[in-house]
Design a protein around this ligand. Sequence first.
Ligand code: 4NP
Length: 156
Amino acid sequence: MTRVLFVCLGNICRSPLAEGVFRHHVVQAGLTGAFEIDSAGTGGWHVGESPDRRSVKVAQKHGIDISRQRARKFVEADLERYDEVFAMDRSNLVNIERLATATSSARVGLFLDESDGPRGAEVPDPYYGGRDGFDDVFGMVDAASAALLQRLRGDR
Ligand code: 4NP
C-alpha cells in the first residue's frame, strides 16, 4: 500500500483536483487497492467545504467526479501517515516542511517535479483567476499524475 497526499493552500482548488485525477489514473490502471489517496490544505479557511465549483466542473469535463471530496487541514501527523506528500507550490512546501519533526517519514516535494518540465515548477493558484486557469491546472496535474503512477509502479 502506497499512501499519497496532495497539498495546496485552501484544499478547494488544486489539491482536490490532483487527488481526483491521480485516483482516476490509479483506477484506470486497475490498482485501486494499492493506494490510499487524499488531499489537504495548509490553511484552514475552507475545512469541510466541497471543492470549488470550477474544479468540480473541469474534472467532470474529463469524466472525473470530485464533488464528494471535502476540504481538511494538513496536520503534522500526515508526515508520518503518508509515504509521499506533494505540494502544489513552493509556499505550500515551506508550510509543510515547517511542521516536520524527527518522526516525519514522508518524502515531501513539489508535485510538478514528477513531470518532465523544469525543476521547481509550481501549479499556480487559480482561485482569483478565470476558468482557463482551471484548465491549465488540470493539464499540469494530469501529466504529473501519469508520471507519478509510472514511477511508483517502477516503470521509470
Ligand atoms: P487552493 O486555492 O489552494 O488551490 O485550494 C485557494 C483557495 C482558497 C484560498 C486560497 C487559495 N483562500 O485564500 O481562501
